[in-house]
Write a protein that binds this ligand. Structure first.
Ligand code: BGC
Length: 753
């Protein structure tokens, strides 16, 4: 049964984290024991003073009004004959913390709750079960407050000592409340990788600012990331240290926190004053590179280390080339991914948002699947998408859907809600597992049917049919429109994505052997493409609005053909040149821009954009010290400094979607949709720009795939590895001869011009 502390916060204030404990006696030795546990909120369990498991923020985030995940641990070795104690600490987390935008708590419920069951088989075969119930006791402890956005307040003077061990006096503790009102939600084994601590970072610099006897430190960890710090301190009892976190410094060298909006992102540690104290927070995380520690005196000893946490997605891919700034860009993309793959794919890890924005995830998923194994991560999140789907099939803009107001009820809009089809398809493509398609087929169909029925008129996806809003447009494009949503018409973006959805559904139906459906979706795709052309494209290949993103979508989704296609590609190329090879596209157009240029014969232009160092470009932030991907091209400029504080993160992965092009075209590692999961590898290096070599490798289900090319006097030297169980095709760059098939093994080939 669910139990909780009697203490409760309010919509605008939290309660201290409750500690819960249950002593019990085992009169025989233990043969085996399993603890199954879950919480509404976050839990950390202990048995006899030892932590159970190594997950962070367990049990993870799902739509708690529908389901919560649980975990089962083998705890045989933690128990003993005689007295034992099972304990838990609870944190607000996503359940009743401030998560969800409007600076208000309690998205799902008013207090954290625990459910646990310990099943023990004794040496004599008898079984004993200890479950959460009204006989559990609870008390407030040293964690006075803990929230993802706000931070953690820890008063070490209030530590209990061995509270989860036998012999501890809990006579002052209260009895737990049995929570009878919790709706009957599904409790299921965890899906996807849990969050774990990953690595530690040492500061590269510490600035000491003296103020009388007080000192303030500003640490630079050298890398923007998500996690927290480990604090080591030697100071007097009651000394209170305030820790604040920031992504950048202001011109005076102080931490810049304005872009965190309402996220206080501040931890406090109050010393107990007994020698060296080592502390890490439990139920919060921050997105930061710099840390300010305030409140110490000259005599105190203070040291910190950064602790990086994210979902346990294993590294799979690597990309390197002869251009050092591009290598740094790749590193920034990976750090953007690590910082934002935290239980769900979030937009950013620092401000009061940290939400599963569908659009961001959709544009980045292909890149993500190169860098790390994200198959389990997305199997879980695509289930979250299904859970959030509305009755009319619509998919909201953030998942789990925790935002308030109109946005929460709306379909997420073009390029956002389409994640419902794009994400399962991409996971299938990259990992070859059909299951994700089978699981989502019905919901993807419902989504597309609903779009056509409720948000389209004659296949023009003009959201105003059901809703005048129309979506986020080409979010953050610098296309001269002066609008945050860019100048590409929303119905153009919508109809283009509708056609793309239909085309993907045809491929999905084919993969699942649903031949009739596949033909039906192909026909639908053709019809939508026809409608798109009629409405938005002239026979000469001019397109409504004339923005780069309009052209990129039409070209990438195969919505223009023949001469019109040629002319449109020419216009796009000219527009890029006219802008001096600077970027003008937003979230929607940018991910496909280089691919479209390449496909249409403008590889040179693609490389000029990629290697561009002046604003706006991918390398401009890199040149200016970025260690992650910025949310906006103009997140910081020498003229203006930081962008408007109301929306300016320095750790958003969306524009890092260019990573996929670096793997697929710069290095040349491609998958074949007909034999997904790299059972058929396509090597298609497209050398260009100033690059003299590039290489990529990828761990696939078949084994490691590798490519390296070097420009040599004779032509192009290739080093290729095809794993057992795969075969490959080499598609040389133009002018280097015909395609050739390759068997599993290692191949060294010199392609002559
Ligand atoms: C988020 C985005 C998101 C957008 C919707 C922002 O606040 O950070 O990345 O996609 O809203 O347009």
């Amino acid at each position: 049964m669910w139990i909780a502390s009697p203490a409760v916060g309010s919509l605008h204030s939290t309660t201290p984290c409750p500690y819960l404990r249950k002593p019990f006696h085992l009169d025989k030795g233990v043969k085996s024991a399993r603890l199954t546990v879950t919480a509404l909120g976050l839990y950390e369990c202990e048995i006899n003073g030892q932590r159970v498991g190594d997950e962070i923020f367990a049990p993870g985030w799902t739509d708690y009004s529908k389901r919560v995940m649980s975990r089962s641990y083998d705890v045989t070795s933690l128990l003993k004959t005689g007295d034992n104690v099972l304990g838990a600490i609870l944190g607000d987390g996503w359940y009743c913390g401030y998560m969800g935008w409007w600076n208000k708590r309690e998205n799902y419920g008013d207090r954290t709750k625990l459910m646990a069951q310990l099943d023990v088989v004794l040496a004599d075969g008898k079984t004993v079960s200890i479950a959460t119930g009204s006989d559990w006791k609870t008390a407030e402890g040293p964690i006075r407050e803990s929230d993802f956005f706000m931070g953690e307040i820890y008063d070490a003077r209030l530590e209990f000592g061995s509270w989860s061990s036998p012999g501890f006096d809990d006579s002052e503790w209260n009895l737990c409340r049995v929570e009878k009102e919790v709706p009957d939600i599904s409790i299921e084994e965890r899906l996807g990788p849990p969050v774990r601590r990953q690595e530690e970072i040492k500061p590269i610099n510490r600035r000491v600012i003296q103020n009388g006897k007080q000192v303030r430190f500003i640490y630079d960890l050298g890398q923007n990331f998500a996690g927290w710090i480990r604090l080591e301190v030697r100071a007097g009892q009651g000394r209170s240290l305030r820790l604040r976190f920031a992504e950048i410094l202001d011109p005076k060298g102080d931490i810049y926190t304005e872009n965190l909006r309402s996220a206080r992102a501040t931890d406090y540690y109050i010393c107990k004053g007994e020698g060296k104290e080592v502390w890490e927070p439990r139920f919060t995380f921050h997105g930061f590179r710099y840390v300010e520690v305030e409140g110490a005196t000259e005599a105190d000893e203070v040291a910190i280390a950064g602790v990086v946490v994210h979902s346990d997605i294993k590294p799979t891919g690597s990309f390197r080339c002869s251009h050092e700034l591009l290598n740094k860009l790749q590193s920034n993309i990976v750090w953007g991914q690590k910082s934002n793959f935290l239980e769900v794919p979030t937009d950013c890890p620092q401000r009061d948002e940290r939400l599963g924005w569908t659009g961001d995830a959709q544009v980045f998923i292909r890149t993500a699947a190169f860098n790390r194994d994200v198959s389990g991560f997305f199997r879980k999140w695509t289930r979250d998408i299904r859970d959030a789907q509305g009755e009319n099939g619509s998919v909201p803009c953030v998942i789990p859907n925790v935002i308030d107001g109109d946005l929460a009820k709306r379909d997420g809009g073009p390029a956002w809600s389409d994640a419902a089809i794009i994400c399962p398809w991409t996971i299938y493509l990259c990992y070859g597992e059909k299951q994700i398609l089978t699981e989502h087929y019905e919901s993807m169909q419902r989504y597309l049917d609903g779009l056509i029925k409720n948000y389209c008129k004659d296949y023009i996806r003009s959201h105003w049919q059901a809703d005048p809003w129309g979506g986020f447009g080409d979010w953050l494009a610098l296309d001269g429109s002066g609008k945050i949503e860019g100048g590409t018409p929303k119905d153009l973006i919508g109809t283009a994505f509708l056609a793309y959805d239909a085309g993907l559904m045809a491929k999905i139906a084919d993969a699942l052997g649903k031949v009739d459906d596949a033909r039906r979706y192909e026909k639908l795709h053709k019809e939508i493409a026809g409608v798109f052309r009629r409405r938005f494209v002239t026979p000469d290949g001019l397109i409504a609005s004339g923005t780069q993103t309009a052209m990129v979508l039409a070209l990438h989704f195969g919505l223009v053909e023949g001469e019109a296609r040629k002319l449109m590609a020419e216009t796009l190329n000219r527009d890029v040149r006219n802008r001096g090879f600077h970027l003008a596209t937003g979230f929607v157009g940018t991910p496909y821009l280089l691919e479209v240029l390449e496909e249409n014969g403008y590889l040179d232009t693609a490389y000029k954009l990629l290697e561009q160092e002046s604003f706006p470009s991918w390398l401009f932030p890199v040149k200016n010290g970025a260690t992650t991907i910025w949310e906006r091209w103009d997140g910081w400029t020498p003229e203006k400094g930081p962008q408007d504080k109301s929306m300016n993160s320095y750790n958003h992965y969306a524009y890092g979607a260019v990573g996929a092009w670096m793997y697929r075209s710069v290095a040349g590692l491609e998958v074949d949709a007909k034999e997904p999961g790299y059972r058929h590898v396509i090597f298609r290096p497209r050398p260009g720009g100033s690059l003299t070599w590039a290489e990529a490798s990828l761990e696939t289900a078949q084994g490691t795939v590798k490519i390296r090319w070097d420009k040599v006097p004779e032509g192009l030297k290739l080093d290729l590895t095809v794993p057992e169980g795969s075969h490959a095709t080499l598609e040389p760059p133009e002018g280097f001869g015909p395609a050739r098939s390759l068997k599993a093994g290692h191949h060294q080939i010199v392609l002559k011009v």
